[in-house]
Design a protein around this ligand. Sequence first.
Ligand SMILES: [Zn+2]
Ligand SMILES: [Zn+2]
Length: 731
Amino acid sequence: MTTTYRIDATSGNPVAIPNWVHPRIRAWAEQNNITPWSHQAQVWDAWHDGFDACVTTPTGSGKTLAFTIPILETLINSQDTHILAIFPLKALANDQINTMRQLLAQHEMAHLVGVIDGDTPHAERVHLLATRRVIVTNPYILHANMGKDIWRAWLKTLTLTICDEIHTYSGVFGSEMAWVFRRLWRLAGRGLWNQSGRVITASATLADPLGHILDLMDRDGVVLVDRSGAATPARTWLVAPFSPDNLIASIEQQIRANAQTLVYANTRSSVEQIARQLSVAFPETVIKAYRSGYPQPIREGIERELREGTLRVVVSTSALATGIDIGGLDTVVMADLPPDASILKQVAGRAGRRGQGATIIVLPNPNTPVGALLLNRGGIQQLLNRTAAASAQLHNPVILDRQLLLMAAELPLLPTNAPVMADLPIRRALRRLEAENKIVLKSDGFAPTHRIAPHSLMIQADGSIPLILDDEIIDRLSKERATTQYAPQHLVTYRGQSYRCFWTKQSATASMSESFRVELRHLTTEESATIMHTQPSIHRTVTYQRSIATENSAFAVITGDVLVTARVEKLITTYATGERASKTYSRPLLASYKTRGLSIQLASPVDHGFVHSLLLEAEDRLGVSSSEVAEYHTANQITFYDRDGERGAVDIISDHIDSLIASARQRIISCGCARGCLNCVVVMHCKDDVSKDLAPHAVYSLADRDHVVLQPVPKDDEPDRAGPTLRTRNG
Ligand SMILES: [Zn+2]
Ligand SMILES: [Zn+2]
């Protein structure tokens, strides 16, 4: 049972180099047989005519060349102007920057480029900012450093900003970046808003890219270049049900055909397990695991082997999906389904070399709703056709205060140098900060009353608990991850070896505390041969500090602090013989953290299909992804909460909850499918059955009442353990 879907190759639309391009560059292009695709020339023309440009053509369509000609022209035609190129963190060692450098090197300009990332020592940064006209950096470095004197001096003559992958600047991160760009425009171009030259952006396909640029960067008059003129290879998608045999068979085919293959798995632990199973099945072939959490030299070694073609099969999480220079592969095999469509597209984009066809094999679990849909004709097309949205908003309360204070610290706030102050919610925030004595109005504008240090923009997925192997720290774990994935006695695979986890505790309690270390110890050969898999059972309990019910609505929306507890009560060990053993912890292992939550209390039970349609709405309209917000539901209650480490996703959802509920309802009712599809109630990350018939049940109970009450909970209130009471309008 295999479904096939083919996308034909396209021949592309090459055009001549525009006449205005400097003769030196034209001569070089002729010598090197460089003919631009139509979309590349469109970006150059837009820039040359004095406009910003945004290019949204697919991966591999040559965005680097689109960026590089305006950079070269700027460098040739002026002496003291600066160019800032912002790439996502993981992309700083990537093909684009290497290609860009090579192109500049051919014009003897590579010495004008400096790359500044988290590993660049301070002295080196000072040197680069003093000597380089092109600085390549990432959003985190920019946010944390642009207010420093050496950066400000460099930014004064900024005339061109390149910003790649702006679709990733979405949700919470997008909201932070909306402030980062406004701060940047203030510091660039001698403090005059939007006098900082031109901006060229690149993005994956977005529902409204120009709207996103307006929100994110406060820039309009942008020329959108969205029709690719690049030639593309043919792609073949094969979908078959997942089984260990099917996985082995598809890898065997690829090995026989000597096709360089990426096997995708969702989690670090399944990457390790699959790599191990495949190594056992194909002892002649070198098969390596790749994931974040490995030391840098090991990852770089694997990347090199892939680039050089010596490594033929790699098993990886999405860590290899974009940005890293490994060249084109022949085949991608998805042993797991990625959590959302955009990651699926990114991973699939790894297959395909110039002039050669690509194969993508998807092996979904047939017993899940999404698996059943994908195994039907049309399922893959539906997934590939989903166009995401991106959002960036200035009013997120978690982000607003600290970014506004940073902005004031960098340059006193005046309406003339910060047009954002005309915005009513921001004027209100300023007034509040003034009342709280955090800012003060001086003769040259609002300034903070005390020193402000930039907060970290990094997602705090990794935490403080060291993971130790042979006395060396190999990773850092959050409490939740340590508890649920590295429980004592749990077996884990790391780079092909089995280890048992031990907690070295310094305190007497059974719950996780900062003073714990997790140690991995080698198993004896005998054990590693017999024990296949251990699985913790996890309960997440959400406890409200306080809930508020309303008298006149059938449902209530409550925001407040929630306590999220991950709980492990027992370990189940499955042996190679099929035998199972379980160990119950005398005291359950707990990892708790307090975070922001939003809960919808429903009068009648709801199928979780409705939760899915809400999540799809949040993703499609607000750009909030499931990596930013977690979800927990019971029959009568849906709770969203910010993941470990304060982020502010809940505040974005809470701002739009009225329209989200209305449009989630509309999404289900208006979808033409019979039983539920990827456009209404089925999401990729959920394995449980959903019912489109039951989902509207709750939707209708919400439908007639368009009144939603948002009630923030004061932070330090006494917890009310009794839980909410709920009365409907009718009773
Ligand atoms: Zn549907
Ligand atoms: Zn679900």
